[in-house]
Ligand binder design. Structure first.
Ligand SMILES: N[C@@H](CCC(=O)N[C@@H](CS)C(=O)NCC(=O)O)C(=O)O
Length: 212
């Protein structure tokens, strides 16, 4: 099968890029990476070749171009994973898709107030009331997935899956902004940060010099 190319932004800053990158890497799918640092002349000159929205990520494969992170995850799931990106059973699969969609569509205050910046150092952030509500909802949906379906491993539905790929950037925001979490949420964040693919992404993000 042809190897896909994933077009991404800076690893330090681009949380949407991390989601499909992590899905490909954690499931061991071979892919090429094309990194276009955000907000640069290179990005503006080239992104239109790959993405009709002018945003990353975009996946190019066998004459198909896919944009929007959740649609890319679905493409990865059906083209490279034979469906195993989502839980096999109907109930957890429905819940995994629902929380992935919730992430894709929501948590605007959390994203606005705590934008991904993996090079961030410094004091814990003090999120405003809307972001605090988002943080509580994230922890609630993590707790619910883990309690109902997470018995087989440390991730939301046991083993690593696409719902985890959607929430990994949130877990990393909680780390870099020093967000105080429940014990269960903290344990989940630690499972995410221990993934070899996440360690690889963070090391590359640390090494980026564009800005940060
Ligand atoms: N809904 C999109 C969001 C993509 C997005 O906002 N990407 C940002 C980087 S994380 C971007 O490309 N920004 C560049 C720009 O808007 O010029 C998705 O899920 O892929």
């Amino acid at each position: 099968m042809t190897i896909p190319t994933l077009v991404i932004g800076d690893k330090n800053l681009s949380s949407w890029s991390l989601r499909p990158w992590l899905a490909l890497r954690a499931f061991g799918v071979d892919f090429e990476e094309l990194r276009l640092p955000l907000d640069t002349p290179e990005f503006r000159a080239r992104i239109g070749e790959f993405s009709p929205t002018g945003k990353v990520p975009a996946l190019l494969h066998d004459g198909v171009a896919v944009w929007e992170s959740l649609a890319i995850l679905e493409y990865i799931n059906e083209t490279f994973l034979d469906g195993r990106g989502w839980p096999r059973e109907r109930a957890p699969r429905a819940q995994a898709r629902a929380i992935a969609a919730e992430m894709h569509a929501g948590f605007a205050a959390l994203r606005r107030e705590l934008p991904l910046n993996l090079q961030r150092r410094g004091a814990p952030a003090t999120p405003g009331p809307e972001a605090v509500r988002d943080i509580a909802r994230v922890q609630q949906l993590w707790r619910d997935a883990r309690a109902r379906f997470g018995k087989g491993g440390p991730f939301l539905f046991g083993g690593f899956g696409l719902a985890d790929a959607m929430y990994a950037p949130v877990a990393l925001r909680f780390v870099v902004y020093g967000v105080a979490l429940s014990g269960e949420a903290q344990a989940y964040v630690e499972a995410i940060t221990a993934l070899p693919a996440v360690i690889e992404w963070r090391a590359a993000a640390e090494a980026e010099r564009e800005r940060g």
